[in-house]
Write a protein that binds this ligand. Structure first.
Ligand SMILES: NC(=O)c1ccc[n+]([C@@H]2O[C@H](COP(=O)([O-])OP(=O)(O)OC[C@H]3O[C@@H](n4cnc5c(N)ncnc54)[C@H](OP(=O)(O)O)[C@@H]3O)[C@@H](O)[C@H]2O)c1
Length: 304
């Protein structure tokens, strides 16, 4: 039996329900994984709310969660490259909010040996998007990057990778997170009115990575960096689209390469997420409520 978090209809986190389910026999091409850590992302409550239903319709009931890490417990006879006991990362669409889960083998990657399960679980979405966004920006060492939302999952990873590449980083955050952003090695600034003046007073920036979105962030981005090739966003909306800011998107064609690259950075100690809270899997609704409130510092991790 495996604890699984289901939703029968789209809605807010209160529609989530923990159920015990029997593990079905493996089909061809599948691998079973006992999860040690499941990473929570804003995408989880957005998909649950139905924001993506037009282009990503889910057969209901559905299980949230796009990334996790654990240990292989069974492998279908036709699968090569995985064995019982292997430590793996899973990345895919939905299905990760399970204590034990069965996935198609192509959704699994080896977990870097010296990266713990909760750090590994958080790598694909937050660190992978940060890595892909920085590739798009293609800034040179010595240049300065502004990160809107420097204390969130993507913002932390973007900051850590950018600093590692020799960039200077200015990170926006609420005042309670300024010491935290400074601790990452970035210069903290408050978001909201006065942001453009404050960043300009710090010498301006050569590129912007927006992890929050909305009219205010987009207006600050275009005021600070008119060359839109040096601006990107993981929070694309009508404002960023109207301004012509390139979204990072979901780099599915190069996902494996990017997850391997961020895994190496995690192995080297370049990337490390603070975990705001470890939450029992059965309390997934509470975890998604915290994420939806919009002020997570680092990552929320579900523990089976
Ligand atoms: N490839 C993709 O398309 C992709 C991948 C990953 C994430 N995303 C999206 O990117 C966004 C960020 O994801 P995440 O995982 O980093 O979220 P997160 O961990 O929940 O962090 C959100 C951050 O936003 C900050 N914030 C709140 N209000 C703000 C404001 N007005 N201006 C600037 N920052 C503000 C918060 O900082 P304070 O607490 O200091 O306010 C918080 O640290 C989400 O919308 C997510 O869905 C997209």
């Amino acid at each position: 039996m495996s604890t699984t978090i289901y939703f029968d209809e789209y809605g807010d986190p209160s529609v989530l329900e923990a159920r015990d389910e029997e593990m079905a026999p493996l089909n061809a091409g599948e691998v079973r994984v006992a999860h040690r850590a499941i990473s929570v992302n804003p995408a989880d409550w957005k998909i649950l709310a139905g924001y993506a239903r037009d282009f990503l319709p889910l057969p209901l009931p559905a299980v949230p969660g796009n990334e996790s890490a654990g240990v292989v417990t069974a492998v279908a006879p036709d699968v090569t490259g995985f064995a019982v006991g292997d430590e793996v990362i899973r990345v895919g669409v939905g299905g990760s909010y399970r204590a034990e889960a069965t996935f198609p083998a192509p959704e699994l990657l080896p977990k870097p040996a010296n990266v713990d399960f909760e750090q590994a679980a958080a790598l694909p979405v937050a660190a992978g998007s940060a890595y892909a966004g920085l590739e798009l920006l293609d800034l040179a060492p010595g240049q300065t990057l502004l990160v809107h939302g420097g204390a969130g999952g993507v913002g932390i990873a973007a900051t850590q990778i950018a600093l590692h590449r020799g960039l200077r980083v200015i990170g926006t955050a609420s005042p309670r997170n300024h010491e935290f952003v400074r601790g990452l090695g970035a210069t903290p600034v408050a978001y909201g009115p006065g942001l453009v003046d404050e960043v300009t007073a710090l010498g301006g920036v050569d590129g912007v990575f927006d992890t929050h979105g909305g009219a205010d962030c987009v207006a600050a981005t275009t005021a600070l960096v008119p060359d839109l090739k040096k601006t990107t966003t993981v929070a694309e909306d009508q404002h960023s689209a109207a301004a012509g800011i390139t979204p990072v998107g979901a780099p599915m064609d190069s996902l494996a390469r990017i997850v391997v690259a961020v895994g190496e950075l995690a192995s080297q100690g370049v990337l490390r997420f603070p975990v705001q809270e470890r939450i029992p899997l059965a309390e997934a609704a509470r975890a998604l409520g915290i994420s939806r409130a919009g002020h997570v510092r680092g990552k929320l991790i579900l523990v089976p």
